[in-house]
Design a protein around this ligand. Structure first.
Ligand SMILES: Cc1ncc(COP(=O)(O)O)c(C=O)c1O
Length: 486
């Protein structure tokens, strides 16, 4: 094993040190007297390295990271776009970061005003009446939104009767999970040939036991639900509400509004549409907007503006209560605020146009090498299928081989309704040159699949480890190093 592949413990040499702390300039304390039986009897097992070895070790590790700052990352549904660094600088400004959450309102006007303004902008962009910024992720927003629907049904005296939430079979897994978490039975609505909600299936499923439907538009196939107004009319006429999963808002921002489509509740993934690096599970923010009817149920606290001054209020008697420790992930909200302020309305329209253009550019080129799930113009993402790959090759083999070409693989095997799905979201921040490079790699992998499939079966060959048991790595993750007995 080369030095660069060793753990810091394996590089350790007894007695080697990287720092000299010098003699302490404070009086020594008798640890045994101070801590009694808690004092350890042997020294901790820590790696002993020189400063240079330590720097090399962590630099080497950091170079193994893959991120948007390194290369193209077309992970469908995840919107792995480039986020301008200026937003990070603004979010790190001590005038925001050093503010205590419980600081008095007169001392917090800047932050409160920024959050209030962001809520107002989101309302304008989505056509919703009011927003809460409390939820800390998309899925957290979904849970909050479904709680709001439940509160509304209870206020209408229909909570017992309406115990179901409809979810299309193309939905992101968090949708049925959020509905189930809130105590609803989940009823799946199938998609039609065109990849859209099947209107007949919806008609059959939507009855007086249904509290609402969760939809994302464009859906997870990257297709715009062209029947959305009919869907809204149908669900509303049967007494249900519409929930908008705004994870895909980046495809329509500045152009179409969920509120105008008939949605009653909407969450937005600020970390997707409005510039925060997204990955590894966070950090995120999933603000929830509602129609006028549902505003009284929104979580507390909320920001009020009175006589030009801002303050936090809990005065909302019918609120579903607190859904987080305080008021959302302020740093992510701040980045979204900075991003929206920088782009303005025209810039946001341009961003959604570029997201859709980039996806269609790649889709048109790649459909010559791979089969396309639905051959019609897409929005910000599209789905190929690896079902017709030759021999024993699968979608997973294509994904692994792309790593050798220096690209992060697209999302695979989701959405579930496309066999062996390969879901590609190029995002608006990529140049035509990068899209061409990626398309060329995908085409080369396809040629290899036909001519030398072994290359795909063995891939990746350029990484420190090759094929891992991914399910086991996720379910039985063990990051502990234990010393040998001797
Ligand atoms: C369509 C869709 N809905 C919901 C979510 C959940 O968002 P989050 O990861 O912020 O919880 C995602 C996340 O990728 C998504 O793609």
């Amino acid at each position: 094993m080369s030095v660069s592949q060793k753990l810091s413990f394996e590089k350790s040499v007894s007695g080697r040190t990287g720092v000299d702390l010098g003699a302490p300039d404070f009086p020594s304390v008798d640890a045994a007297a101070a801590l009694g039986g808690l004092v350890r009897t042997d020294a901790p097992m820590l790696p002993e390295l020189s400063e240079l070895e330590c720097v090399r070790h962590f630099t080497e590790l950091s170079r193994r990271n893959f991120g948007v700052d390194t290369a193209f990352y077309p992970l469908g549904s995840c919107t792995m776009k480039y986020n301008p660094k200026v937003n990070e600088a603004i979010a790190a400004d001590p005038r925001f970061t050093r503010l205590h959450p419980l600081a008095a309102a007169p001392l917090s006007q800047g932050t409160l005003g920024m959050l209030w303004e962001l809520g107002a902008w989101l309302s304008e962009m989505t056509g919703m009446s009011e927003f809460t910024l409390s939820p800390m992720a998309g899925a957290h927003g979904e849970m909050t939104g479904i709680m709001l629907i439940k509160a509304c049904m209870a206020a209408r005296g229909e909570a017992q009767k309406r115990d179901k939430i409809l979810v299309p079979d193309s939905a992101h897994g968090t949708n049925p999970a959020s509905a189930a978490l809130c105590g609803y039975k989940v009823v799946s609505v199938q998609s039609d040939e065109a990849g859209l909600v099947d209107m007949k299936a919806l008609d059959a499923a939507c009855n007086e036991t249904v509290a609402g439907i969760m939809l994302t538009n464009p859906n997870t196939l990257g297709l715009f639900e062209t029947n959305i107004c009919k869907i809204a009319d149908l669900v509303h006429s049967r007494g249900g509400l519409l929930y908008y999963d705004g994870a895909n808002l980046n495809a329509i921002v500045g152009r179409a509004r969920p509120g105008d489509m008939g949605f009653d509740v909407a969450h937005l993934n600020l970390h997707k549409t409005f510039a925060t690096p997204h990955g590894g599970g966070g950090p995120g923010a999933g603000p929830v907007g509602v129609s006028r009817e549902l505003a009284r149920f929104l979580p507390v606290p909320f920001i009020e503006r009175r006589d030009g001054a801002f303050r936090m209020s809990e005065d909302r008697p019918e609120s579903i209560g607190r859904i987080g420790a305080f008021y959302g992930n302020v740093a992510v909200c701040l980045k979204a605020h900075a991003y929206i302020a920088a782009l303005g309305a025209a810039g946001l329209r341009e961003a959604s146009a570029a997201a859709v253009l980039n996806a269609n550019y790649l889709r048109e080129r790649l459909k010559k090498s791979y089969s396309l799930a639905h051959d019609r113009p897409c929005m910000h993402e599209f789905v190929l299928s690896g079902a017709d790959l030759p021999g024993e090759l699968t979608t997973m083999n294509v994904a692994k081989r792309l790593i050798d070409y220096g690209f992060h693989p697209p999302t695979v095997y989701f959405p579930l309704i496309v066999k062996d799905a390969i879901m590609i979201e190029p995002t608006e921040t990529e140049t035509p040159e990068t899209l061409d490079d990626f398309a060329a790699a995908m085409e080369a992998v396809r040629r290899e699949a036909d001519e030398s499939p072994g290359l795909l079966l063995d891939a990746p060959t350029s990484t420190p480890v090759t094929r891992l048991d991914e399910a086991m790595a996720a379910r039985e993750a063990d990051f502990c190093w234990r010393p040998d007995e001797d």
